[in-house]
Design a protein. Structure first.
Length: 324
């Protein structure tokens, strides 16, 4: 299973395949897990989810941003989404990755981009969530969040359960709205837990701690065992439903999404959009084997199989070469 995860994580970081995937748009099956290629399509997807009693967090997809022009374009696109959320009056907020806004280019440049986004969103009372990425970007992202939170209260972030530092971080940011996840990147053993059982255990501990001590908890999972555990935990501890929400990815376990919303739980769908869908798509496949079961039948077309087949050959050849 580790080989499968490594395979898809390797694909997610391949810039050549990322560029090639853009040419196909969402015709390669990604339309099942990506809400649209532009703001208009995405707003329509949000309206359909809102009609089911489901709120949304919107992510303008982007990978490998190393030029100021690309980061500025990403910022402008996010500002356009914020304006559209306000104009259409939909129930949605923003999720973003600092690397897309220039973190790998220049810290201060990234900060200014993020400040402009947060300030505009704050004017419309729209929440902005900082998605956390790999360990190299972790602390700089927290540093920007710390600075912006001095002037704005519409910001929150993500705690990744596989990091050793997660418990320390969740205590530091207990007064923030937090999304708690297991983690989607391949991290070194000196910084993060590697065993699934250990990560799962830490994930539950973080959720329970923040439910008891934090401001608002977004529980990001497709695992019905975790969901059932949380249901019982909040009942046993008299935790109000307005203190938390369940989150799932767009296109995954839609029946369960609707079921939870109908039961009266706050439910939020993570809605990705844009032509730069490839890295996101590959990480979803790498995260957990169940994701393959959820989308393989509906996603893979001949073009996807061809591209992944070629990439698989190159990946496995590389592994064999290294072993020699």
């Amino acid at each position: 299973m580790a080989l499968v995860r490594d395979f898809f994580m390797g694909l997610s970081q391949n810039q050549l395949l990322n560029s090639a995937a853009k040419k196909y748009g969402l015709k390669m099956g990604a339309q099942n897990v990506v809400a649209g290629t532009n703001v208009e399509e995405t707003i329509e997807s949000i309206k359909k989810l809102n009609a089911q009693g489901i709120s949304c967090t919107v992510d303008n997809l982007g990978e490998f941003v190393y030029e100021r022009e690309e980061a500025t374009e990403a910022k402008d696109s996010i500002l356009e989404v914020i304006e559209a959320i306000h104009t259409h009056g939909v129930d949605a907020h923003i999720s973003l990755k600092p690397s897309q806004l220039g973190l790998d280019i220049d810290y201060n440049f990234c900060y200014e981009n993020l400040r402009e986004i947060v300030e505009k969103a704050n004017g419309y009372n729209i929440f902005v969530n900082f998605d956390m990425e790999d360990h190299d970007r972790l602390q700089p992202s927290f540093d920007i969040l710390d600075t912006l939170s001095k002037d704005f209260n519409n910001v929150g972030t993500v705690i990744q359960a596989y990091f050793f530092r997660a418990k320390e971080d969740i205590e530091k940011y207990k007064d923030f709205r937090l999304r708690i996840v297991k983690g989607a990147y391949k991290e070194p053993a000196e910084l993060a837990y590697q065993e699934k059982a250990v990560i799962d255990e830490n994930y539950i501990e973080l959720i329970e701690w923040h439910l008891l001590n934090g401001k608002f908890t977004s529980i990001a999972t497709h695992d019905h065992h975790v969901i059932n555990h949380v249901k019982q935990f909040v009942k046993d501890n008299n935790i109000s439903n307005d203190k938390f929400e369940f989150q799932m990815l767009y296109g995954f376990r839609t029946d369960l999404q609707q079921e939870l919303a109908q039961e009266g739980y706050n439910f939020c769908v993570y809605v990705p959009f844009g032509i730069d869908w490839y890295g996101y798509f590959m990480r979803r496949l790498a995260e957990r084997p169940q994701n393959l079961n959820l989308i393989v039948k509906q996603v893979f077309t001949k073009k996807t199989n061809t591209m992944i087949g070629l990439a698989a050959g190159a990946f496995l050849l590389g592994r064999l070469t290294k072993r020699k």
